[in-house]
Design a protein around this ligand. Structure first.
Ligand code: SF4
Length: 461
């Protein structure tokens, strides 16, 4: 039996180096014990184990490496062993990485997804409190992650709060930024973190002044904001009073969803969100349009496509991407090997904007105000579905997702990171392809579009 000792719970480099050596020595997964420091980890006794095949020099897909980087941050003690077992399997069958029906592959993907959600929660729900120490002003936050994500996330907070001196305390580790360097200390307790300060009062006043009950993110609260995070957020002290009476329907919905069977919550919340969007009057576009065209697809889809707005036929049918552009889209998806039944499809703006011309309704581009008003719905859809990859079809979708003007020619073909850690790919809207008169150029641009979809889909199971 080989014992591999890793230096920390999130020691990806240590796991990778050890796995390379083990494969080179043809050590079967069942003969390895993975250990972090002095603490032994579990073996992966519930997984079928393969012998290490004869193999050329070890190369693995980027997809597996990305998956492994996330999985290593999970708290499941079996994760290092399962990853090694998967690695051994991939040597013999590289395409196994694409097989989501494979139980081992699915187990790893579930772990990675849980880690990504935890990373997003820390970024969204952590709150700093101001304290004074010998060096002057310092900001301290308390957070209880579910997984080993603190070191991974520290760089995000350095980038965002670079000019502040801050500390993030968690039960397992604390990280500190002094304005120049990041350092690490032992874990802490809730009592080590301050409980409130004048900044907090100002924050509460600000929050109360901007609070709009009609914008209460019920969906996100259900899925992303467990009560354990509420106590870290000063504004949540106000939430009860602010929503009481104003949102009886949504509060009832929360209670219903909480008591629903596990896994049913997200579907219930999505249906409630869609029903709520059906009555949206946040911008004038609801007046002439037939109906709200909400997104559709599996609520646990790994991939989400965001278009601009419904067209004439979508407005009548009440479904996204069913008109001529939808047909171009479907053909391109099929060519790229992406199954539409497994993706979530929606639009940045949910009502059809048009100019009447005789009996016809001519598409009109939504303005920034309309995109911003409707952005609330797309944020809710993203919070619920939590896709790993989002594809913006056209500049309006990209603007909605990034909150800034986007030049497609400059930003297509590479991944961008969204605030929840998911990947964003930007490409053209399929209606653009329909507007190209020259057949040669249309074919060229369609091939580019398909390439963009393939590239985005490559990282998705
Ligand atoms: S376009 Fe969006 S924000 Fe405007 S009314 Fe429709 S759903 Fe509401």
């Amino acid at each position: 039996m080989r014992v591999v000792v890793l230096s920390a719970e999130d020691d990806f480099d240590g796991w990778r180096d050890a796995a390379r050596s083990l494969v080179a020595a043809r050590v079967p997964p069942g003969e390895v014990v993975w250990q972090v420091g002095d603490a032994p980890c579990d073996l992966f006794s519930d997984e079928a184990l393969d012998a290490v095949p004869d193999a050329p020099p070890l190369t693995v897909s980027r997809r597996f490496v990305d998956l492994a980087r996330s999985v290593v941050l999970h708290t499941d003690p079996a994760r290092f062993g399962v990853l090694y077992a998967m690695l051994v399997r991939l040597i013999a069958e590289p395409r196994r990485i694409e097989d989501m029906a494979d139980p081992m592959r699915r187990r790893l993907e579930d772990m990675a997804k849980a880690v990504r959600r935890d990373i997003h929660k820390m970024r969204a729900f952590l709150r700093f409190r101001e304290v004074e120490d010998d060096g002057g002003e310092r900001f301290v936050a308390w957070f209880e992650p579910e997984h080993h994500i603190v070191r991974h996330n520290a760089r995000f907070f350095v980038d965002r709060f670079n000019a502040m001196r801050w500390s993030i305390l968690t039960p397992a580790v604390s990280v500190h930024w002094d304005g120049r360097a990041l350092s690490e200390g032992p874990g802490a307790t809730r009592e080590d973190a301050p409980d409130g300060d004048p900044t907090e009062e100002a924050w509460k006043t600000y929050y109360a002044s901007i609070f709009n009950p009609a914008r209460l993110k019920v969906g996100a609260m259900l899925k992303e904001m467990p009560r354990k995070y509420w106590k870290n957020m000063p504004e949540t002290a106000l939430v009860g009073g602010l929503i009481a009476g104003a949102r009886a329907r949504e509060v009832a919905m929360i209670e219903n969803a909480r008591t629903a069977i596990p896994g049913g919550n997200i579907v219930s919340a999505w249906q409630a969100l869609r029903d709520e969007a059906a009555g949206c009057t946040r911008c004038p576009l609801h007046l002439p349009a037939t109906q709200t065209v909400f997104g559709e697809g599996p609520v646990d889809a790994a991939m989400m496509f965001v278009g601009e707005q419904p067209g004439d036929q979508e407005d009548l049918a009440g479904r996204p991407f069913v008109g001529p552009a939808g047909q171009v889209f479907d053909r391109a998806l099929a060519e790229a090997g992406i199954d539409r039944r497994r993706i979530y499809v929606t639009n940045a703006v949910k009502h059809f904007k048009f100019e009447p011309r005789g009996k016809r309704r001519i598409h009109s581009k939504p303005g920034v105000g309309e995109i911003e008003a409707c952005r609330w719905w797309i944020d809710q859809e993203r919070a619920l579905v939590s896709p790993r990859t989002v594809v913006a079809l056209g500049a309006t979708a990209a603007r909605s997702l990034l909150g800034r003007t986007v030049t497609i020619a400059r930003e297509r073909g590479r991944a961008h990171e969204l605030n929840d850690g998911s990947q964003l790919w930007i490409t053209v809207h399929p209606s653009y392809l329909l507007r190209i008169d020259d057949p040669g150029r249309a074919a060229e641009e369609t091939a580019r579009f398909v390439d963009d979809l393939k590239r985005a889909g490559f990282f998705v199971p």
